[in-house]
Write a protein that binds this ligand. Sequence first.
Ligand code: RM4
Ligand code: MN
Length: 381
Amino acid sequence: MIKDSLRAQVIETPSWAYGNSGTRFKVFAQRGVPRDPFEKLADAAQVHAFTGVAPRVALHIPWDRVDDYAALAEHASGLGVRIGAINSNVFQDDDYMLGSVTNPDPKVRAKALAHLLDCVDIMDATGSDTLKLWFSDGINYPGQDDLRARQDRLAEALERVYGRLGEGQRFLLEYKLFEPAFYATDVPDWGTAYAHCLRLGPKAQVVVDTGHHAPGTNIEFIVAFLLREGKLGGFDFNSRFYADDDLMAGAADPFQLFRIMFEVIGGGGLTEDVAFMLDQCHNIEPKIAGQIRSVMNVQEATAKALLVDREALAAAQASGDVLGANAVVMDAYNTDVRPLLAEIRAEAGLDPDPMAAYARSGYFEKIAEERVGGAQAGWGA
Ligand code: RM4
Ligand code: MN
């Protein structure tokens, strides 16, 4: 059963992770980086080829704008992958300086809404089932704008997008504590996202980006709560030491990732209804290998969480055995699951060691040599 669950897990990688990215101080260019969305999909297909569990690739619009989205989706399927979530982007135009859907200017709000609706058109054209909404909207100074009015504007836009969703489509509303707004963010936390989604209905759910909380936040509690209410739409996995660091998932705090997966499994969330997406894109690690590492880290956390002896745990909990219950959880966490995952890969005809197999494949050398000329994809591209 554990093996079946691990085989069935789908981990989605983000197109933007394959382009150049960085911090606000510097975006470093790397060799072999894709020049267009087609090349990004080719790189994502490598992650799937070596791990066997990453067949979905998220797009970011307009970074991944193409003339023919159906052709892009076809290109993906030719590579053995498919289009995952469509991520809207209403945070990079000059017009959005004071916000997008919550901007005081109705013309700017209309422009932002039109973009969100365009993203649903792209879902139709690519067969994507998920729209991911993240708003950088907020204010920097007390009194800069009316907090309540901004919530009204947000609700209005979300309602319009919700109404446009077709059969089998949903949107995930992402929250983030701060940055780029520094005084008040319009969707700062899971409670705000949850309240908006609750009013709209079942096609609106919350997405938990693990980097978007205050230090010390108990993210697994949020996960357990949202899952219980049917409102956990998925994750943007990445890890952080300080703020929204966007480092490899499971790198900074593998124990936290395990605790999250423990709650996911306990709440029956290890299904296709919960999207396990990576939102990791940092500036120094090689792109494809970095994604493979994150995928493996999510798999390892999942495997450990699956190993928890739920019966023994329930018994210890029922008898008030504090140390016993904790020991059951820690036993699972301290188990080395790498041999189990290697076995599953070998059974599926994959190399048991995806990192080494990818390194040996020569793919990086090939793209580094071939992809010369043209503009490398990156932030804002
Ligand atoms: C945001 C948020 C979104 C992601 C962008 C690139 O901070 O996490 O999910 O699409 O960054
Ligand atoms: Mn995110």
